[in-house]
Design a protein around this ligand. Structure first.
Ligand code: CMC
Length: 429
C-alpha cells in the first residue's frame, strides 16, 4: 500500500497521499486538503513546498549535490560544453555526435536578431542597466517572431527554444555595446557559442579579434554551472507566467526580471562590490562582524543559500575557474582574490556561519572571474541570464507538456479588515 499522511483540521481528519520521487524528500500531496477540510496550507517563501514534478534538475542541499538529468554538475562542467548541456536539458539525454553537430548547427543559424531590434535599442538611455534592456528586448522578441508563439504547436515550441538560446548572447552583447557607445558586432557562425559571444562583446569592427581560449573555456563552464537550478525564484516565475498560456518570450522576460534581484542573480554583482568595498584582507574581520550583527542589515554577499546547507558544488568549480583565468592574466596575486580567500577562510571557521550552515555560493567567485575577463559589474547578471535561459525554457516546456498542468494560482491568509460598510465622504471624520 502506498504511504499516506493524516492531518486533522477543526476535527476533520483527512488522509493525504505521500508521493515518492526518484531521489530526494517525499512530498505530501495536499491537492484535496481545501476540498476536504476548508483549510489552506501556509508557506510563504515556499520553504516546504514542492510546486511541480520535474525530471530536469536535482539538488541535495545537505550533501552539496547538483545533477542535470541525473548527471553530476562536476562531470558536465569538466567534460562537456555548454551546448551539450543545453541539448541534455531540452531533450533529456546526452546527444550522439551527429545529434550534437545538428543541434550546434541549428543554434548557430539562429544567432542573428531581426535587424529592426537595432532601432529598439536606440530608445534606451546609454546609462540604462543592461538587465533593464534585457527584460525589454527579450519580451520584445514576441513582437518579432510571431511564428513561434503558438505554445500548442510542438514545432513552434522547439523553434522558440532554439531561438531563445541562440539569440540571448547576441542581445546581451548588444546591451553591452550600446552601454559603452560601440557599434554592435554581428555573430560569426564559424565560432563556437561562447567564443562567438566573447567576440560580440569585445571585438570592434576596425580590428581583428582573437578569442582567448582560456576565457572561452572559463565562460563556457560558467554557463554550464548556471544552466539550471530546479525551482528557484526566476524559474518559478517563468513557470507561473507560462501557466497562463503566455508565449515563451514573455515568460523568459519575466524570469529575467526576477533574476535581477540582489537575493538571486544580482548577488554576483553585489558580491564583487562587497569585495571591492572591503578592499584589503586586514578589513575582513570587521565585515564578518558586521554580517553577524543582527542590528546591521549587512549580509555577506555570495554566502548562504536557500537550498545548499553545505558547500555549493558550483562554487568549487567556480573557484578553480577563477584561478585559471587569473593565471592566464598573470594576476594570481589579485587583491580581490586575496580578500575573497581570506573572507572564505574566516567565515568557514566562524561559529555563526557554521551553525547557520552558510557556505560560499557560486556568486562568491564568479564576479572576480568575470571582472578579470573584462566584463563590467552590471553585465554579470546578464551573463547569468544568458546561461539560465536554457533552464527556464526546458522547465517551461516540461510544464506545457505536462497534461495535468493548470494555471498557477496560490491562495492567501487574509489579515486585512473584516467586511465593513462604505462611509460617504461628507460623513468621514
Ligand atoms: N550573511 C550573514 N547572515 C546570513 C547570510 C549572509 N549572507 N545569509 C543568511 N544569513 C543568516 C540570516 O540572517 C538568518 O539568520 P537568523 O536565523 O538568525 O535570522 C539565517 O542565516 C537564515 O537566513 P535566511 O535569510 O532565513 O535564509 P534564506 O534561505 O531565506 O536566504 C539567501 C538565502 C541566499 C537569500 C541568503 O543566504 C542571502 O541573502 N545571501 C546573500 C545573497 C546571496 O549570496 N545570494 C545568492 C544566492 S545563490 C545564487 C542564486 O541561486 O541566485
Amino acid at each position: 500500500m502506498s504511504a499516506t499522511s493524516s492531518i486533522t483540521v477543526d476535527g476533520k481528519q483527512v488522509e493525504l497521499p505521500v508521493k515518492k520521487g526518484t531521489i530526494g524528500p517525499d512530498v505530501v500531496d495536499i491537492g484535496k486538503l481545501y476540498a476536504k477540510t476548508g483549510a489552506f496550507t501556509f508557506d510563504p517563501g515556499f520553504t516546504s513546498t514542492a510546486s511541480c514534478e520535474s525530471k530536469i534538475t536535482y539538488i541535495d542541499g545537505d550533501e552539496g549535490v547538483l545533477l542535470y538529468r541525473g548527471y553530476p554538475i562536476e562531470q558536465l562542467a569538466e567534460k562537456g560544453d555548454f551546448l551539450e548541456t543545453c541539448y541534455l536539458m531540452l531533450f533529456g539525454e546526452l546527444p550522439t555526435e551527429a545529434q550534437k553537430a545538428d543541434f550546434d548547427y541549428r543554434v548557430t543559424r539562429h544567432t542573428m536578431v531581426h535587424d529592426q531590434m537595432n532601432r529598439f535599442f536606440s530608445g534606451f538611455r546609454r546609462d540604462a542597466h543592461p538587465m533593464a534592456v534585457m527584460v525589454a528586448c527579450v519580451g520584445a522578441l514576441s513582437a518579432f517572431y510571431h511564428d513561434s508563439t503558438d505554445i500548442s504547436d510542438e514545432q513552434q515550441r522547439m523553434i522558440a527554444s532554439i531561438r531563445m538560446i541562440a539569440k540571448m548572447p547576441t542581445l546581451a552583447a548588444m546591451a553591452y555595446k550600446y552601454s559603452i557607445g560601440q557599434p554592435f558586432v554581428y555573430p560569426k557562425n564559424e565560432l563556437d557559442y561562447t567564443s562567438n559571444f566573447l567576440r560580440m562583446c569585445f571585438a570592434v569592427p576596425c580590428e581583428e579579434f582573437q578569442v582567448n581560449p582560456v576565457f572561452s573555456k572559463a565562460l563556457d563552464r560558467i554557463f554550464i554551472l548556471h544552466a539550471d537550478h530546479e525551482q528557484n525564484a526566476s524559474t518559478s516565475t517563468v513557470r507561473l507566467a507560462g501557466s497562463s498560456g503566455a508565449n515563451p518570450f514573455a515568460c523568459i522576460a519575466a524570469g529575467i526580471a526576477c533574476l535581477w534581484g540582489p537575493a538571486h542573480g544580482g548577488a554576483n554583482e553585489a558580491a564583487l562590490k562587497m569585495l571591492m568595498e572591503i578592499g584589503t584582507p586586514d578589513r575582513v574581520d570587521a565585515y564578518v562582524a558586521k554580517a553577524k550583527d543582527k542590528s546591521d542589515p549587512f549580509r555577506l554577499m555570495g554566502f548562504g543559500h536557500r537550498v545548499y546547507k553545505n558547500y555549493d558544488p558550483r562554487a568549487r568549480l567556480m573557484q578553480a575557474t577563477t584561478h585559471a583565468v587569473l593565471k592566464e592574466l598573470g594576476k594570481q596575486d589579485d587583491p580581490l582574490l586575496e580578500v575573497a580567500v581570506k573572507l572564505e577562510e574566516i567565515a568557514l571557521k566562524d561559529e555563526y556561519f557554521i551553525e547557520k550552515k552558510l557556505y560560499p555560493n557560486i556568486d562568491f567567485y564568479s564576479g572576480i572571474t568575470l571582472k578579470a575577463m573584462g566584463f563590467p559589474t552590471d553585465m554579470f547578471t546578464v551573463l547569468f541570464a544568458v546561461a539560465r535561459t536554457v533552464g527556464w525554457i526546458a522547465q517551461w516546456a516540461e510544464m506545457i507538456e505536462d497534461p495535468s498542468q493548470k494555471i498557477g494560482r496560490p491562495r492567501q491568509l487574509y489579515i486585512g479588515p473584516d467586511r465593513r460598510e462604505y462611509v460617504s465622504l461628507e460623513q468621514r471624520g
